[in-house]
Write a protein that binds this ligand. Structure first.
Ligand SMILES: C[S@@+](CC[C@H](N)C(=O)[O-])C[C@H]1O[C@@H](n2cnc3c(N)ncnc32)[C@H](O)[C@@H]1O
Length: 296
């Protein structure tokens, strides 16, 4: 018998020493008012199917209780991500002393060094970007990265489809026969095709979300962005995890679409905001069902 067999797992010790501060929990969602790094240390290896998040971008915004230990958080995310699991990492660079920082790309490369695939670099295009000043020598910054990182091949992929341009027309396919002659054969084309990996959203007041209170948070992810990614990489009943919960946008879109949700957030105020938004969404989902049972 070797000595280490008697030693409890280091993560169990950690968990026992520091119980997680569960802010709120229902059968649909759970929010921890905690540092995501502390939470992740309590999570088993290869157990999280889907993560969607937008971490603090360089030092662009002031959050209450800001703390972002990127490398250790990335290591924990890579360790806890399930085989076939996906991380959607929405980021952008600050411009410092005239240069973009390159932080976003460095983060994607770091995840690759940890063994994850850079499965797809998607673009979040802003239909109405903040204009750059006329005097600046740059075009308007109109997009952000949506890195899709995966452990192996993603288990779930439900792509958005659109009608193919020539889907209704039969193709004239060439086949060379055994005698070497070219034969033409009418072949049905696919009627639909996957959308491109550029997702365009109108952002800002009334667009990113219609929840007025959500703008109490300085860096909202557009709800539609979160929803599109959740629908693509998860099935109903799956769990969505956002380590940088913010105002709870991922959680709101998760429960709206029949997924369960776990979020971690340092600021108590943003936990309050998230709970309110998610509860309102769950109440709205109940409304049509209740009406079925209403009597005159
Ligand atoms: C860019 S915002 C996320 C916004 C969110 N996607 C939304 O739409 O509301 C990042 C959030 O991460 C929180 N945060 C920063 N460091 C954290 C950490 N180590 N653990 C948990 N939350 C953290 C900040 O307080 C902030 O609310």
């Amino acid at each position: 018998m070797i000595v280490s067999d008697f030693l409890p797992d280091i993560r169990t010790v950690y968990y026992l020493e520091k119980q997680m501060n569960t802010y709120y929990e229902t059968e649909h969602y759970k929010i921890y008012n905690e540092n995501c790094l502390d939470y992740l240390k309590t999570v088993d290896d290869n157990s999280i199917k889907f993560v969607i998040t937008s971490p603090p971008y360089d030092n662009l915004r002031k959050y209450q209780g800001y703390s972002f230990d990127f490398e250790n958080i990335a290591k924990e995310l890579a360790r806890t991500l399930a085989e076939g699991g996906v991380i959607i990492w929405n980021v952008a660079d600050a411009t410092v002393k005239g240069s973009e920082t390159g932080t976003s790309m460095r983060q994607a490369l770091f995840f690759m060094e940890l063994g994850l695939r850079l499965h797809d670099t998607m673009i979040y295009e802003k239909k109405n970007p903040m204009p750059a000043s006329v005097s600046s020598k740059r075009y308007h910054q109109a997009w952000e990265y949506i890195f899709c990182l995966s452990k192996g091949t993603p288990t779930t992929f439900n792509p958005f489809m659109v009608p193919a341009k020539y889907g209704h027309v039969e193709a004239n396919m060439k086949h060379r026969g055994a005698d070497g002659e070219l034969n033409y054969k009418k072949t049905k084309r696919n009627s639909h095709t996957k959308v491109r990996n550029i997702f365009t959203y109108t952002i800002g007041g009334g667009h990113s979300t219609t929840d007025k209170e959500a703008y109490g948070h300085p860096a909202l992810m557009p709800e539609k962005l979160a929803e599109d990614q959740i629908l693509t990489w998860t099935d109903p009943g799956d769990t969505v995890f956002d380590p940088f919960n913010g105002a709870g946008t991922s959680g709101k879109m998760a429960v709206k679409n029949g997924r369960t949700y776990i979020g971690t957030e340092l600021s108590k105020e943003y936990c309050d905001l998230s709970k309110h938004r998610i509860e309102n969404t769950l109440t709205d989902l109940q409304k049509p069902i209740n009406r079925l049972f209403e009597t005159e």
